[in-house]
Design a protein around this ligand. Structure first.
Ligand SMILES: NC(=O)c1ccc[n+]([C@@H]2O[C@H](COP(=O)([O-])OP(=O)(O)OC[C@H]3O[C@@H](n4cnc5c(N)ncnc54)[C@H](OP(=O)(O)O)[C@@H]3O)[C@@H](O)[C@H]2O)c1
Length: 363
């Protein structure tokens, strides 16, 4: 490990942020967390306590604020919070993860807005900058290898990906760009607080399972549902604990600074493998991957309609199938293999998701 960092961490109360914070503390760094809500901060403190952190009261500090005010309020924050001016590293994990534009202009407002504001902040307070983006800034791609480079503007699946691409453009060459795949729960416990992306298919089938129940109206073993995707296609998924570990190790080494890293899985499961597992898990059958671009089976009844509505958000993800080069990542963290995705691990992820009702119940 290199020198100890004093990190300004944004998004510490988020799904990934909690694990980043734990990893930074675990490895002896000091952290200043920008947070918005007291209850979210308390949840994060509870999580840290549950894993025996922080070890020293001096290593963790909190200051309340909104990332979009960071440049304007920096001087007053430094007066209010003694020691904040000592930060030397900015790790930005705050973002809006809404996929589509809402009435408040999210996710553009936060994701693009923060990229601009943080540039201003770094003019006032120079720091080494590391930003979380997403591997899917490449846009819609079929089976082509995407390198850890600045991509030209792509055909984006949603506004979220576009907002992350735009944010990258503002920082390209002047910040480390960390591009995770779809982040899933902890590799050992399955713990997760954000059930989007990869989880939505499982959630839709779980919903279908509950709605069908014992009804004689449906034959749960012959559903005859076509999904417009390639069975050999993949959604690249990666465990949250691995992303946090890899990110912290990468930013600790100055040789990695201002480069791009794909925090992706080297061998993600195929759609067919995942679907077979889902069918076994919920004792359902009759789904078929009908190939990219094929018409999606029209809902024939109220149950299917509800499930489709749930799945609409990820249909495009199913037809997006980039492969991710990991040269920079493998060079930076050669001794940190990504956790293998096998049936047992996926079962843990799903059991946890069901236990917390896909994030609806407190855990
Ligand atoms: N989750 C994934 O599958 C995935 C995949 C690839 C990349 N990423 C990237 O990884 C990073 C972390 O994602 P995540 O899944 O941990 O997201 P998350 O669970 O939604 O957490 C987002 C964090 O950002 C904070 N935040 C949002 N807007 C803010 C604002 N205006 N001012 C201050 N803080 C703000 C949130 O604070 P509150 O707690 O107050 O809401 C929360 O702490 C993001 O950059 C995301 O784009 C995520």
């Amino acid at each position: 490990m290199g020198r100890s960092m004093t990190v300004l961490l944004t998004g510490a109360t988020g799904f990934l942020g909690e694990y980043l914070l734990a990893e930074l503390l675990e490895r002896g760094h000091s952290v200043w967390c920008l947070y918005r809500s007291e209850p979210r901060k308390l949840d994060t403190i509870r999580f840290l306590s549950s894993i025996g952190l922080p070890r020293s009261a001096d290593s963790l500090h909190w200051f309340q604020g909104e990332i979009l005010d960071a440049a304007d309020r920096w001087k007053s924050w430094c007066q209010e919070y003694q020691g904040l001016e000592d930060v030397d590293t900015l790790l930005n994990a705050a973002a809006s993860t809404r996929l589509h534009l809402d009435a408040y202009g999210e996710p553009l407002r936060t994701n693009l807005g923060s990229a601009k504001v943080l540039r201003k902040l770094v003019e006032i307070k120079p720091m080494q900058v590391h930003l979380f983006s997403t591997a899917y800034v490449c846009g819609l791609i079929q089976g082509k290898l995407m390198y850890e480079v600045d991509h030209p503007r792509g055909d984006f699946v949603n506004v979220y990906e576009e907002s992350k691409w735009e944010a990258e453009q503002i920082w390209m060459g002047d910040a480390t760009i960390l591009r995770p795949a779809v982040i899933v729960g902890h590799s050992e416990t399955g713990r997760c607080s954000s059930f989007s992306g990869w989880y939505i298919l499982f959630q839709a089938v779980h919903l279908l399972d509950r709605l069908i129940g014992d009804s004689s109206e449906f034959n749960r073993h012959d559903l005859r549902i076509d999904i417009p995707a390639d069975p050999e296609g993949t959604i690249n998924m990666i465990s949250v604990d691995w992303v946090a570990k890899a990110a912290v190790r990468i930013i600790e080494n100055p040789e990695n600074h201002n480069k791009i890293f794909h925090l992706t899985h080297p061998s993600p499961p195929t759609h067919q493998w995942t679907l077979d597992l889902i069918c076994r898990r919920f004792n359902l059958n009759g789904f078929r991957f009908a190939g990219v671009g094929s018409p999606f089976t029209q809902p024939r009844n109220r149950v299917e309609r509800m499930v489709w509505r749930q799945m609409q958000t990820i249909l495009l993800h199913f037809s997006n199938d980039p492969l991710f080069d990991r040269t920079n990542t493998e060079r930076a963290v050669p001794d940190l293999p990504a956790p293998v995705i096998d049936e047992q691990r996926v079962k843990k992820l799903i059991d946890y998701a069901i236990e917390v009702d896909w994030g609806q119940s407190a855990h």
